[in-house]
Ligand binder design. Structure first.
Ligand code: GLA
Length: 434
């Protein structure tokens, strides 16, 4: 008995030594982070004289924290309130420490963190590995990495977005892992969002997703989102065209980040807003809203607060979905495998004429033979009933809109999906029984 235990221990030790270092795993962001971020909607508006309600100031964050806490967001999981660029003074202080702009953040970041924490929320902040932030504020050069990590931890910050303007590829290759170590060394749990891959084109060989997954909890891969449907399309095109590279990189604790949700702003129609939410959910993307929560319309709020959608986004298996069909008719189908042998399907239309009737079957979408599913329409809420894999069905998809389904096997299949991230791209991405 003792010998078995001992040899078991030896095996664990041997395995631990043989595995690549995962020492930086911080145990955070087991599901994609959710919350609010200032950048896309409020940018670098620092003119509090002319625009006190919308400028980057502590007032804006106090007010958004109130909205998150009081309007049902926090209970649904939207817990991070993230300060983006342009929060700091133009100079570090005499001790070389980053300091907030004294006029716009007179109470200081620690007081803001306390305010946010008192409401059951978490605070995120922005830094930039480089001479300056993208907005021209003081950046974090290599010699400041440790000091800045300690400053953020002392303030009670819970997430850091580390941008990469004004640094070289070499500085980034050093600085991003160094910040991971520095954050871990503070002992404070701080979710770490890296913009590193976005500055290196987002793809191998320049980007090493194995290393990223070890040091960052999420990372921006691609261009900044803007308030337009074109921007959504270009982001989704890039992510799904490169899904063979990106999809295996995601999982609990480490996520691809296609950037903020712009639902509630000015650039998307109602259908397009539903599409962003569905596509981001199928991508297992962080749900970081960037909209004015003080003035959001009921329609946008309903999309962002859809419970089943959020449950799917936050599925504990954390498998990123993929595009599985691209029809000549400009209909695309996306699949995300979920826990308990469930899955989400998104039917998306790029058409610009009229609602399109799309007919297919679960068999055509590679579902297991002889299974029966209960289907729920994620937006309408309607239960569609018992659907057999072989049955043909039709969905009507509006131009630039989606139909989204949540499918649960009616008898729990004895075996869960065999959907492995490591599966070779050539083998496709099929939910199949073990
Ligand atoms: C970069 C980032 C954006 C935002 C701005 C701030 O462009 O990608 O998300 O943080 O900088 O200046």
């Amino acid at each position: 008995m003792g010998a078995i235990v001992l040899s078991g221990l030896a095996l664990v030790l041997a395995l631990a030594l043989a595995l690549p270092s995962v020492a930086l795993e911080n145990g955070l962001a087991r599901t994609p982070p959710m919350g609010w971020m200032s950048w896309e909607r409020f940018r670098c508006n620092v003119d509090c004289q002319a625009d006190p309600r919308n400028c980057i100031s502590e007032q804006l964050f106090f007010e958004m924290a109130d909205r998150l806490a009081e309007d049902g967001w926090r209970e649904l999981g939207y817990e991070y309130i993230n300060i983006d660029d342009c929060w700091s003074a133009k100079q570090r202080d005499a001790a070389g420490q980053l300091v907030p702009d004294p006029k716009r953040f007179p109470s200081g970041i620690k007081a803001l963190a306390d305010y946010v924490h008192a409401r059951g929320l978490k605070l995120g902040i922005y830094g930039d590995l480089g001479i300056f932030t993208c907005g021209g504020y003081p950046g974090t050069m290599l010699e400041h990495v440790k000091q800045d990590a300690e400053t953020f931890a002392a303030w009670g910050v819970d997430m850091l977005k580390l941008d990469g303007c004004y640094s070289s590829a070499e500085e980034q290759a050093k600085g991003y892992p160094e910040m991971a170590r520095a954050l871990n060394a503070t002992g404070r749990p701080i979710v770490y969002s890296c913009s590193w891959p976005a500055y290196q084109g987002g793809l191998p060989p320049k980007v090493n997703y194995t290393i990223l997954a070890e040091i960052c909890n999420l990372w921006r891969n691609y261009d900044d989102i803007q308030d337009s449907w074109d921007s959504i399309l270009s982001i989704m095109d890039w992510f799904f065209t490169n899904q063979d590279v990106l999809q295996p990189a995601a999982g609990p604790g480490h996520w691809n980040d296609p950037d903020m949700l712009i639902i509630g702003n000015f650039g998307l129609s109602y259908e397009q807003s539903r599409s962003q939410m569905a596509l981001w959910t199928v991508m297992a993307a962080p749900l970081l809203m960037s909209t004015d929560l003080r003035a959001i319309s009921p329609g946008a709020k309903e999309i962002l607060q859809n419970r089943l959608m959020i449950q799917i986004n936050q599925d504990p298996l954390g498998i990123q979905g993929r595009r599985i069909v691209k029809e000549k008719s400009c209909i695309e189908v996306f699949l995300r495998p979920l826990s308990q042998a469930a899955s989400a399907l998104v039917f998306f239309s790029r058409r610009t004429d009229m609602p399109f009737r799309y007919t297919t079957s679960l068999a055509k979408l590679h579902f297991p033979e002889d299974a029966v599913y209960e289907v729920q329409d994620v937006y309408i809420g309607k239960i569609i009933g018992a659907l057999k894999t072989a049955d043909n069905f039709s969905v009507i998809i509006n131009p630039s809109g989606v139909v989204m389904w949540y499918l649960r096997p009616m008898e729990l299949l004895t075996q869960p999906w065999h959907v492995v991230r490591q599966q070779a791209p050539s083998k496709g991405f099929h939910p199949a029984l073990l």
